[in-house]
Design a protein around this ligand. Structure first.
Ligand code: C2E
Ligand code: CA
Ligand code: CA
Length: 555
């Protein structure tokens, strides 16, 4: 349609005054584009006068008459609605979500407050929430009160600190709900053992404390400690599973050991430390000489880092011999610390502290590097090195081992790492991955202290060990009880059946040797052959063809 050229002021109800420019030829596509550009519903040219005067425009013909009408739908109805109400909708949405968040937060805050208040009520009531026993605070108050009368004739008392063994493993294996259940049962058993007037308290975690009152004699305290050990080593039924744990007990008394709370608790703690160190599942009564181990502990904390840095540690090596006792097949590296004031400190006194104090990594690296360097000169021998669980769990463990092997040039197929079950229990998947990596390099793996851990069979099946080392505890009691001999026999059989090398540790007598040889152990290690000795003595032993022949002949 030929419109001529016109420019017409136009008013849109939404957008205000507009200018619509019409060109000579306006196709229907152009009109549609125009409508879209101006956000109108539709623009059309009609010949008849439209009904709506606002949404139409007469277009003059050259003669001055109306040629045609331009009409449009003012706007897309949805757009109008949207533009009118969009902000309102947004505002309402924001308002509602604000109210919603506010309500949720208030609910959460009040739930937390209720929980906190409950805990506070328990705390003020002096109660441990989980077990219902008096908590640490009430224990302290009760102990202060009891100690204030400690020097009166009936006022003496004993404090027993109890620490559960393997509780963490239970928590990790069966979950926290089972762990909590177990703690409640422990609390009930303890309550059943004490006399009226005694206080049983849970300090938190797996630690409990008892105040035995009314001037107990040492014998009465020992009886109580013994019954605690007996009771807590009995299996527990937790959520349908039978669980066995153990415990260690440390004992101090007032007024004999001290008359103030700090001293009595510190000394009971020293005794507890001693009980745990002595192999757990036992109780220890504080004695003055235990202060030496406390001193050693402090000394270790102070001096160990320097000793590692200054290269003051040493390695001794204990031979591992063939079953006939004639050939040395390997050596186990055992760390020693010649301390200027305390003499030769055994590893049992510092490895645990090194673990606690974050020194186990530098210590272990030192041991591995030194062992790989010194053992180069014994080409035919396997070298066994102990690995601490904490060291094994370190993310760089495998990389560190491989780096040291490379730096020292040691033949990886001669190296054997001794792991304990503690290594495996915490994160079995990570342990398995690390072990695969290590084995891929040809390094051997031995399961140390076999038979003392949590569930050895599972580990033997799952993890790729080359060797088991039967713990020396079984040999210690072998002569006294037939049971230990049966156990050793079964363990040796089991190892053989699984295709593993079996090594017995702690061989001290010729009878033990004969028995172990008869039940099929492949390797033996113990004082009968040699104590751990400095490297020069291994050189000496290797010079002899059958270094232990004389010992064996004499036995
Ligand atoms: P282990 O790995 O079970 O080492 C064997 C321990 O038994 C050694 O004690 C050894 O001297 C002792 N032993 C060997 N044969 C006999 C025997 O016939 N009778 C008796 N009664 N004992 C015997 P040691 O050297 O005191 O080491 C104690 C523990 O300290 C070791 O037990 C090991 O767990 C740890 N350990 C030692 N060196 C290192 C180390 O370099 N790194 C780590 N992580 N742990 C180490
Ligand atoms: Ca070992
Ligand atoms: Ca061992």
């Amino acid at each position: 349609m030929d419109l001529g050229r016109i420019t017409t002021p136009l008013t849109s109800p939404i957008l205000g005054p507009l200018s619509l420019v019409a060109y000579r030829r306006v196709s229907s596509t152009t009109l549609a584009e125009l409508a879209a550009g101006y956000r109108m519903g539709e623009i059309r040219l009609v010949t008849a006068r439209p009904d709506d005067p606002v949404a139409s425009l007469p277009i003059a013909a050259p003669d001055g008459g109306v040629a045609t009408w331009l009409t449009w739908t003012p706007a897309r109805p949805g757009d109008v609605m949207l533009e009118r109400f969009l902000w309102a909708v947004i505002a309402i949405a924001v308002l509602f979500s604000g109210i919603f968040i506010f309500i949720v937060q208030r609910l959460r805050a009040s739930a937390i407050q209720i929980a906190l208040r409950e805990r506070e009520i328990h705390r003020l009531a002096g109660q441990d929430e989980l077990s219902g026993l008096p908590n640490r605070r009430s224990f302290d108050i009760a102990l202060d009160t009891a100690l204030s009368k400690a020097e009166s004739p009936e006022g003496g008392l004993a404090v027993l600190l109890i620490d559960l063994d393997r509780f963490k493993a239970v928590n990790d294996t069966y979950g926290h709900i089972a762990g909590d259940d177990l703690l409640r049962q422990v609390a009930q058993r303890l309550l059943g053992l004490v006399s009226p007037g005694d206080v049983v308290s849970r300090f938190g975690g797996d630690e409990f404390g008892i105040i035995q009152s009314r001037s107990p004699t040492p014998a009465r305290t020992a009886t109580l400690a013994g019954s605690i050990l007996d009771s807590l080593t009995e299996p527990f039924q937790v959520q349908g599973v039978e669980i066995t744990i153990g415990c260690s007990v440390g004992i101090a008394s007032a007024p004999r050991d001290g008359t103030d709370r700090q001293t009595v608790l510190r000394l009971a703690d020293t005794a507890l430390y001693e009980a745990k160190n002595g192999g757990r599942n036992r109780y220890a009564v504080f004695q003055q000489q235990m202060n030496r181990s406390l001193q050693v502990k402090r000394m270790v904390e102070d001096d160990l880092r320097n000793a590692i840095e200054r290269d003051e540690l040493q390695l001794h090596y204990q031979p591992q011999v063939s079953a006939d006792g004639l050939t040395i097949v390997g050596v186990e590296a055992l760390v020693r610390w010649p301390h200027p004031r305390h003499g030769m400190v055994p590893p049992s006194e510092f490895i645990g502290i090194a673990e606690e104090r974050g020194l186990i990594m530098p210590l272990s690296e030192w041991v591995l590097r030194r062992a790989c360097t010194e053992a180069q000169r014994w080409p035919g021998l396997r070298l066994a090195v102990n690995v601490s669980p904490i060291q094994f769990r370190h993310k760089d463990f495998v990389a560190n081992v491989l780096r040291i092997i490379e730096e020292t040039g040691f033949d990886p197929t001669r190296l054997e790492l001794e792991l304990t079950e503690g290594v495996l229990i915490e994160d079995a998947d990570a342990a398995e991955a690390a072990m695969m990596d290590i084995r891929a390099q040809g390094v051997g793996l031995a399961l140390d202290d076999f038979g003392t851990g949590y569930s050895s069979l599972i580990y033997l099946r799952r993890f790729a060990f080359d060797k088991i080392k039967i713990d020396r505890i079984f040999l210690e009691y072998m002569e006294a009880t037939g049971e230990s001999a049966i156990l050793v026999h079964s363990m040796a059989h089991l190892g053989c059946a699984l295709g593993l090398r079996v090594c017995a540790e702690g061989v001290e007598t010729a009878e033990q040797h004969r028995f172990l040889q008869a039940v099929g152990c492949h390797e033996l290690q113990g004082f009968l052959f040699s104590k751990p000795v400095p490297p020069a003595q291994i050189d000496q032993l290797l010079l002899q063809e059958k270094p232990f022949a004389q010992i064996l002949a004499a036995a």
